[in-house]
Ligand binder design. Structure first.
Ligand code: SF4
Length: 178
């Protein structure tokens, strides 16, 4: 009965009102609220991502809960851990196979700048092989930092849709050091 009354109310709201927007904004709204993440987890930061998707931090509140393990079904690549030179071509291939449009978040010091592995075998930042949209500093960054990165990325998606140039929200320590 209550349901019937509520649905009647809803139809009168729909009948008596209208909404205007731009198609690009509508598409961006859909994109930002339905991110499909692919976790490329190679080390400890992957555990932090597991924390971010659990029921305490609940990444689904941000519409990014559909974790995929196939690049063809994902549009958000989260790189979580150390990437060495041997893995770099694999990471690049995974990125290339993802659907367009696609975004990348470098989670933690290792993915951002090589972390404390300043040596011959470790890639000193994944942006040497693929473009990065948001950098998350920290070793390890807490799950809240990963959620913040999702929010920043959502803002970036919206800004790009209306032709604005988004600022770099999270600084890359590596670039400051150079
Ligand atoms: S940044 Fe720290 S916690 Fe993350 S993968 Fe590297 S060593 Fe592990």
């Amino acid at each position: 009965m209550r349901l019937k009354v509520e649905s009647k109310k809803m139809s009168s709201v729909v009948e008596n009102n209208f909404l205007t927007t731009k198609l690009s904004e509508l598409v961006a709204w859909g994109r930002k609220n339905s991110l499909w993440p692919l976790p490329f987890g190679t080390a400890c930061c992957a555990i932090e991502f597991m924390g971010a998707v659990d029921s305490v931090f609940d990444i689904s509140r941000f519409g990014a809960e559909l974790v995929r393990f196939s690049p063809r079904q994902a549009d958000l690549l989260l790189v979580l851990g150390t990437i060495n030179y041997k893995q770099a071509p694999v990471l690049k291939k995974v990125y290339e196979q993802m659907t367009e449009p696609k975004w990348v978040v470098a989670v933690g010091s290792c993915a951002t700048c090589g972390g404390f592995y300043d040596n011959y075998s470790v890639l000193q930042g994944i942006d040497e092989v693929i473009p990065v949209d948001v950098y998350v500093p920290g070793c390890p960054p807490r799950p809240e930092s990963i959620l913040l990165a999702i929010v920043r990325l959502q803002e970036k998606i919206c800004k790009e849709a209306v032709g604005e140039k988004p600022e770099l929200y999270i600084y890359k320590p590596h670039s400051v050091r150079k």
